[in-house]
Ligand binder design. Structure first.
Ligand code: SF4
Length: 751
């Protein structure tokens, strides 16, 4: 029996610790890692099938260059690096580095590429970036920024301890979102003293466990949340001491919500007023309430307003800064930044939130004659041609660019449109980590050691970026040699030399990840050069959260704390609890000038008022259904699973439709239907279900990917949802797409 090797699941942001037995290069057996301090042995069913990612036929093993006729030819790494570096430098020197957009930087399991790419971007002067977060979470980040002072003031729920748990547009049974999600849901559901509330147009697996399920009409979450808030105020469940001591602007918020006509809003949302009142009373009387929102409301009408209303439920009832409620957690590396809230995109003027260009606005920044348009794109661990709204327009945009370079393990839909494709080593062939460290009061970071050598022909991203930066002439041996010498004398000597080098040549700061990789990295044990960037982050963490680190066992002065944390990160193969908080820490993390929560957000209070005159059902008779394009199911994961064989059921990603609608349209379970939107038309297999309201249909995420069959010919299974979505259907403020609210027509297909 071969050894069990520790790593983590890379299929969702939880990154549960797992152990893997290898057979050659196969991930033969997978089990939960009981020593992982976050997941403690828990997994869902998906990581058992990770070998489909590791060893599928999608793996690339040589750099590719596009020929003039659109086909690709293999080239060697030296040629690829030289030509890619020269092509980017040409764009920078002709149009300016700000015309080079960076997309991606990591998925659900790999964020070190984004850290190393920051050096390449710095060498190029690339200042605009986008990734999946900017079509999912930026509305919520913007609300956090308004309430707490910065978009990175991110709240962590505490469902382990909450008396009442509320999920809004969120199905943690499938999309997880907090540690040991299914176990925690079961614990809440079976405890008569605790209550589970779900607000969702679908009767999800979580809703099946819930005490209350408000099965709202699709796209009407804002009405339901506003009604819930209005009842909390009307029935006197507001916490006046909390509002007085910790917030500004509460009077404006309460006044706006008092205007809500509860009966009318409940009717528009399609939910019973009496049930909404019961839910409000349960929340109002609880000692602790935690809420969590997700794509169900973030990718629907009133996306940013939904996030605001969801957070107000916690804040007006004082469910913040204590056990079982929302708290502000520590961060090992920031997933997003951007303290400036006034930044806009150069052509379309779209709001840049958390430093991210909204994905739905990207085509507007390319398909134009404006001289400020983006001219080149570097894509890393991302697949915008498939994953962003309006694939047709996205493909047009990619084809209009002067240069597209993709770094990925697979020949993705985006790679097929690139000028160069650079094959990366898989997430199990290199040192890797994520910055999804979003927990409170204990926060965990996990640096994963490789299970396997890189597949021949591939390189880890740290090495790719190091080579690109050198090929661009941004870094030379004269910069690195003294630091390499210092690194051999120990980390104290290295730290001194590193600070001296930055003082002498400030532009090295932007290249720091590659500088660390090339110098300190070469001295790290077990070939962990790519972990070098964690040295700087460990010290940042020590400076930002000294008390939290001390509680986690990292004592001493700041430098000693940073070094001890870095050692622990390198040594503990199941991950490290890097911070332990007490609840008072939350208040220190509010970054408004006076440390108070700014409860009133004028833009969103204005939008709240517009609900009064809004018709909850805005249907074009030509498109009478609302399609949720991208439902999470047990048979879907992120798109790094390209091999359709990983899916044990629902192989073609069925269109779900209610029994009554199916009967009326004459569509049988297992039959086929045509789904048409203003943007496209597809044919899907049908699953008739009792979990949806009439007028609502759903398609899963992650399908419609090309995968080679045994002869090498591409086969596409299922529907790519973004063939049906439109980039202009987005939130007015954050630009987040309305994937869960796509007007559609459904027709039976004979036979
Ligand atoms: S919950 Fe997420 S990270 Fe954990 S095993 Fe399941 S898919 Fe993987």
């Amino acid at each position: 029996m071969s050894a069990w090797h520790k790593t983590a699941c890379i299929l969702c942001s939880l990154n549960c610790g797992i152990e893997v037995q290898l057979e050659g290069r196969r991930l033969a057996r997978v089990r939960g890692d009981k020593s992982h301090p976050g997941s403690e042995g828990y997994t869902c069913e998906k990581p058992a099938r990770l070998d489909h990612y590791q060893n599928g036929r999608h793996r690339l093993t040589t750099p590719l260059r596009r020929r003039p006729d659109g086909s690709f030819e293999p080239i060697d790494w030296n040629t690829a690096i030289r030509e890619v570096a020269a092509a980017f430098v040409r764009v920078r020197d002709t149009h300016g580095g700000d015309k080079i957009l960076y997309y991606g930087g990591g998925g659900q399991g790999n964020h070190l590429p984004g850290a190393y790419a920051s050096a390449t971007r710095s060498a190029l002067g690339s200042v605009y970036a986008a990734n999946a977060l900017s079509q999912e979470k930026t509305g919520e980040f913007w609300v956090d920024g308004q309430l707490f002072g910065r978009p990175s003031c991110h709240t962590a729920p505490d469902f382990e301890h909450a008396e009442v748990a509320v999920f809004v547009g969120k199905n943690p049974w499938q999309s997880h979102g907090f540690a040991r999600a299914r176990a925690v849901l079961r614990e809440i559901a079976k405890d008569p003293k605790r209550t589970l509330v779900v607000i969702d147009p679908r009767r999800t697996e979580t809703a099946d466990l819930a005490d209350f399920h408000l099965q709202v009409r699709p796209g009407t979450d804002a009405f339901a949340l506003a009604a819930l808030l209005a009842v909390l105020i009307e029935e006197d469940f507001v916490d006046p001491a909390f509002l007085r001591d910790h917030t500004n602007g509460a009077d404006d918020v309460l006044a706006a919500l008092r205007d809500v006509d509860v009966a009318v809003y409940c009717e528009r949302a399609g939910v019973e007023e009496s049930v909404v009142r019961e839910v409000a009373r349960r929340i109002g009387r609880a000692t602790s309430v935690s809420l969590l929102e997700d794509l169900g409301i973030q990718q629907s009408r009133h996306s940013t307003l939904n996030s605001y209303l969801e957070k107000l439920v916690c804040l007006i009832t004082g469910n913040f800064g204590k056990q079982g409620t929302s708290n502000l957690h520590t961060q090992m590396g920031k997933l997003f930044g951007g303290s400036r809230s006034d930044r806009r995109t150069p052509v379309g003027g779209h709001r840049i939130i958390g430093g991210l260009v909204p994905c739905n606005g990207i085509p507007d920044e390319i398909l134009t004659d404006d001289p400020k348009r983006f001219r080149a794109l570097l894509v890393e661990s991302g697949n915008p041609a498939h994953s962003l709204a309006d694939s047709q327009r996205m493909r047009q945009a990619l084809e209009a660019l002067e240069l597209v370079v993709v770094i990925d393990v697979a020949f993705t839909e985006t790679a097929r449109l690139a000028d160069y494709v650079l094959p990366a080593s898989s997430q199990f062939e290199k040192w890797e980590a994520t910055f999804f460290n979003l927990e409170f009061p204990r926060n965990v970071f996990h640096l994963r050691a490789p299970l396997l050598d890189p597949l021949p022909g591939t390189l880890p991203e740290a090495e790719i970026h190091a080579r690109l930066v050198r090929a661009m002439g941004a870094l030379g041996d004269e910069d690195l040699a003294p630091l390499r010498d210092a690194a051999t004398q120990g980390r104290a000597a290295f730290a001194g030399a590193f600070l001296q080098a930055l003082a002498a040549k400030p532009q090295l700061a932007g290249l720091a990840p590659v500088v660390l990789y090339e110098t300190l990295g070469k001295t790290l044990p077990d070939g962990a050069a790519a972990a070098a960037v964690m040295w700087g982050l460990a010290h940042n963490c020590a400076r930002a959260y000294p008390e939290s680190l001390r509680r986690a066992g990292f004592g001493g002065a700041s430098i000693a704390q940073g070094e001890a944390l870095f050692d622990a990160i390198l040594e503990r193969r199941s991950g490290v609890v890097f911070s332990i908080d007490d609840y008072d820490e939350t208040w220190k993390r509010i970054e408004t000038s006076d440390g108070r929560i700014r409860l009133a957000i004028p833009e969103l209070l204005g939008e709240l008022q517009t609900l009064r005159d809004e018709d909850a059902v805005q249907r074009d008779p030509a498109f009478p259904f609302v399609l949720a394009a991208g439902e999470r199911r047990t048979s879907t994961a992120n798109t790094i699973f390209r091999d359709p064989a990983w899916r044990k059921k629902d192989a073609d990603g069925a269109l779900r439709i209610s029994r009554d609608d199916a009967a009326e349209l004459g569509i049988a379970d297992g039959g086929r239907a045509r789904v048409t939107t203003k943007r496209g038309s597809v044919i899907a297999v049908v699953e008739v279900t009792d979990t949806l309201r009439r007028g609502h249909v759903t398609l899963p995420n992650g399908l419609g990917l090309a995968y080679p069959d045994e002869s090498g010919a591409d086969v596409v299974r299922g529907v790519a949802p973004n063939e049906l979505t439109a980039s202009e259907d987005r939130d007015w403020l954050a630009g987040t797409p309305w994937h869960k609210y796509v007007a559609a027509r459904v027709e039976a297909i004979a036979g």
